[in-house]
Design a binder for this molecule. Structure first.
Ligand code: ATP
Length: 294
């Protein structure tokens, strides 16, 4: 009998998620699976339950939540010796990672996916003692702060907010940071508006923000938007949808196994949409660290 641990974050996304999840559990129970549902209450619950599940004899984890909950489960797996395969039932507001992996949202298709037992070992990003499945980012408009725009909690959400109202961008709030970038590929010091270190190509709802990114290539994709005027920034933003922004002279784009970012300013890092510490930080890839069901 297969044992399935369900980790559910009730605070992500819509209320209909729990009904969908219960339908899925019933399908699995009827099919002879043993199912246990764990409901998170606060930060780190999903990570701690994953570590516990890895020590016990669970065969599969189903995580229902947004990128932040998937991040916690991936972190729990990365910290464990036994790597349980994870199926991602996305229910957040953005769900970049599940969308990038094209994981079904429909419950019947999701159930069929579980039964197929097809696995893939994807890379994770590691930054200091934290991990990311999708993206680490920071920089632009960090003076706006998390507390000012809680509805756009990701740095990239804030970016989207400003893209929508480009007229709101003034030279005053385009504050750059002096960033020192050290990697095998590039070593430079420059004035920067935004840095993105990404595992997948889909970030903050933009599907081609790191257009060449691949979770199987053993590399992270680094996108740096250098200090720019309003006109250049508008050109960069317009091309973000096609992925063409990486050809703009003010955008640096490269792949690396490891990159170190330093600055003398107080710059927070977003990890998969949640606060993840501050610079300085070393970002590195952990190849094939996360087994997911596809
Ligand atoms: N019961 C709970 N109530 C409130 N917050 C919770 C609860 N359980 C977990 N959390 C917090 O929710 C965070 C993750 O939220 P998650 O990112 O999955 O959802 P979301 O913000 O709706 O989705 P997305 O990131 O895709 O926009 C966790 O890091 C944890 O701090």
């Amino acid at each position: 009998m297969k044992k399935v641990k369900v980790i559910f974050n009730p605070s992500s996304g819509r209320q209909s998620t729990e009904r969908k999840l219960d339908r899925l559990c019933k399908l699995l129970l009827d099919d002879g699976y043993l199912v246990n549902k764990f409901i998170t209450k606060k930060k780190d619950d999903a990570m701690l339950e994953t570590i516990k599940a890895c020590k016990e004899d669970w065969d599969i984890i189903i995580v229902s939540g947004g990128d932040g909950t998937v991040n916690e489960v991936a972190k729990g797996i990365a910290k464990s010796e036994r790597k349980i395969p994870v199926a991602i039932l996305s229910s957040g507001t953005v769900n970049d990672f599940a969308n990038y992996m094209e994981i079904p949202k429909n419950i019947n298709e999701f159930y069929e996916m579980i039964k197929r037992e097809k696995f893939i070992d994807v890379d994770l990003g590691k930054v200091n003692d934290e991990y990311f499945v999708n993206v680490a980012a920071g920089g632009i408009l960090s003076n706006v702060g998390y507390q000012v725009l809680p509805e756009t909690k990701m740095v990239l959400g804030r970016l989207a907010y400003y893209i929508e109202g480009l007229r709101e961008i003034t030279l005053q709030n385009l504050e750059s940071i002096n960033l020192n970038i050290e990697s095998e590929e590039y070593s430079l010091n420059d004035e920067v508006l935004l840095f993105i270190v990404s595992n997948s190509s889909s970030i903050g709802g933009f599907k081609k923000l790191a257009p060449e990114a691949d979770v199987l290539d053993g590399l992270l994709d680094v996108v740096i938007i250098k200090k720019s005027g309003v006109q250049d920034l508008a050109n960069i933003f317009i091309n973000i949808f096609s992925g063409g922004h990486v050809n703009h002279p003010n955008v640096l784009y490269f792949k690396s196994k490891k990159v170190e970012l330093k600055t003398n300013r107080d710059v927070p890092i977003d990890l998969d949409g949640e606060y993840g510490g501050k610079l300085p930080a070393t970002f590195e890839v952990v190849p094939n660290a996360f087994r997911i069901i596809i």
